[in-house]
Design a protein around this ligand. Sequence first.
Ligand code: ZN
Length: 351
Amino acid sequence: MIRLPGLIDPHVHLRDPGDPQKEDFDSGTAAALAGGFTTVLAMPNTRPPLTDGATLAAARTAARQRARCDYALFLGGGPDNAASAAGLAPQMAGLKLYLDQTFGPLRLDDLTSVRAHFAAWPKSRPLAAHAEGRSLAFVLLMAHLYDRPLHVCHVSRRDEILLIRSARERGLAITCEATPHHLFLSQDDIPTIGERRAEVRPRLAAPSDRQALWDNLAVIDCFATDHAPHTAAEKDSEALPPGFPGLETALGLLWLAVSDGRLTEDDLVARMHTNPRRIFGLPEQPESWIEVDPRAAWEVHGARLNSRCGWSPFEGWRLPAQVRRVMLRGRPAFEAGQVLAAPGSGRDLRE
Ligand SMILES: [Zn+2]
């Protein structure tokens, strides 16, 4: 049995409030614990989106009642909340800016509002952006002009990882994350997953893009799942909501890379604990760890996972390692396939 620190996922969508048929803090944090995560940072594109004090209060109430692992909440940058957002900064995981197409209404289209957020959000608090292609070049310039750190979400393409690498070589304080699905899937997998179910943002990229992520592993600070559940029925409908669940398959997938020598255990702990903890300024969780059996292979069946969405893009994949036990603040939170932590036992790490 291998003992690792509790994993931190800096990018999850728990759909609470608004869409309990997809997920909520209860089912989403149960999935997190089953996947070895003791901390999740939740994204703000809920219904309604988390953009002000009132929506923060509602999300906090939901999380306080239902979360089984520790968490912090992101605030969404909207077209007119830059000034008020800054006042909420100490209570938030960070500010999330959406520069490109995503699920929900939080996309920023104009230069004025993006500049306002870069100017107002405190430099000492995390700022994260969904910015693909040319939008990435734009936010890197903004980070440079406003002389502040920026975390780039779910980097998926060769051009993007190379651009981030150049920015870092020039001394910019840019950090970034990559998802297991962009590290292990490409456009070639779309027929197997199914066209509708394979809809995700950023889209699955070319095999050469996937390889470029592995070739530039040193530039990738965090592995983040971007757990974005929609029910199988919703995925199969005309609406095509983009997103994959990922909390329960992430560690097993990454262990494939440990098994074939592309990653070391130290690489994994750096990207799933140490770096996200540093980048997002998270406190230590005392008496917390996970136990992983590296010789307990299992097969992914979406319907058997804790996530309420009931499917996985990795259906049928055989993964080499399994989480056996999760200890959170001295108490077993997951053991022998059962989530033991009660709803409401998770803590808001910004409170
Ligand atoms: Zn996301």
